[in-house]
Design a binder for this molecule. Structure first.
Ligand code: NDP
Length: 244
């Protein structure tokens, strides 16, 4: 049985990495999908690969007018949202002494402003019982010296979700943070050197990095009715990295 049959899902950052794995998993579970990203060519590829039932929408989550366009498309084509995954995010490696204002603004705009308004602008379309998932990181509970601002954006996302979770009763949604550990994606490979990647895998209790599909499996759980009493939580999928 497919657990997301008949559900309408919006996934941001769905044309690469973890978001693409979530998009594939949601389609496999029967969801009608809106896949969001900025690069049109990659969105076209997602539509081709995942077939009917997928609409790629070009949208920069840091731009409110783009979000308005996204949700106008969803309203027109599906009318409501059952599952919202605010996954789009960027990380720029820069230690305290080197971080620039431009890098700070880029990370806070996409990760924090983007997540906040991705949720806020979706509110009128959320169906009763909707599940909202924000993508966090192990950087929330285990900050690193080369990613202090990235970690701050993810900690902000965690606190946004905790705040929003209080509204679950009145708004009839639930909201959780999914925090991946180091996961084999283009984004991570651009962030760290191959040597650092190997070392990162070795530092995990399970002895390796995650595959995007392992994060997507948890995103299916949080989207499905199997997690109907999970609200305001942070679910770590990190091989134990930030847990012990
Ligand atoms: P990738 O860089 O591989 O993919 C990022 C995705 O986000 C792409 O689809 C990209 O599409 C989209 N995106 C980026 N900025 C924007 C924007 N402003 N508006 C809309 N879409 C945007 O990243 P990952 O898959 O590795 O990461 C996904 C999420 O997981 C991020 O939030 C990241 O912080 C988090 N994470 C990743 C970890 C890892 O090890 N990989 C570990 C912990 C957390 P496009 O370029 O077309 O806009």
């Amino acid at each position: 049985m497919t657990v997301l049959e008949g559900k309408v899902a919006v996934v941001t950052g769905a044309n690469a990495g973890i978001g693409l794995a979530i998009a594939r998993a949601y389609r496999a579970e029967g969801a009608r999908l809106f896949a969001v990203g900025r690069r049109q060519a990659q969105l076209d590829e997602v539509e081709t690969e995942l077939g009917p039932g997928v609409t790629g929408v070009r949208c920069d989550v840091g731009r409110l007018e783009d979000l308005d366009r996204l949700y106008a498309t969803v309203a027109e084509q599906a009318g409501h949202i059952d599952v919202l995954v605010a996954n789009a995010g960027i990380g720029i490696a820069a230690p305290l002494g080197e971080i620039t204002e431009e890098q700070f603004d880029a990370m806070f705009t996409t990760n924090v402003k983007g997540s906040l308004f991705t949720v806020q602008k979706a509110l009128p379309l959320l169906s009763p019982g909707a599940s909202i998932i924000l993508t966090g990181s192990t950087a929330i509970s285990r900050p690193q010296s080369n990613l202090p601002v990235y970690g701050a954006t993810k900690a902000a996302i965690r606190n946004l979700a905790r705040g929003f979770a209080h509204d679950a009763k009145t708004r009839q949604y639930r909201i959780n943070v999914l925090s991946p550990g180091g996961t084999r994606t283009q984004g991570l490979q651009e962030l760290v050197s191959p040597e650092e990647l190997t070392a990162a895998g070795a530092s995990v209790p399970l002895g390796r990095l995650a595959e995007p599909e392992e994060i997507a499996a948890a995103a299916v759980f949080l989207a499905s009715d199997a997690s109907s009493y999970v609200n305001g939580s942070e679910l770590a999928v990190d091989g134990g990295f930030a847990q012990i």
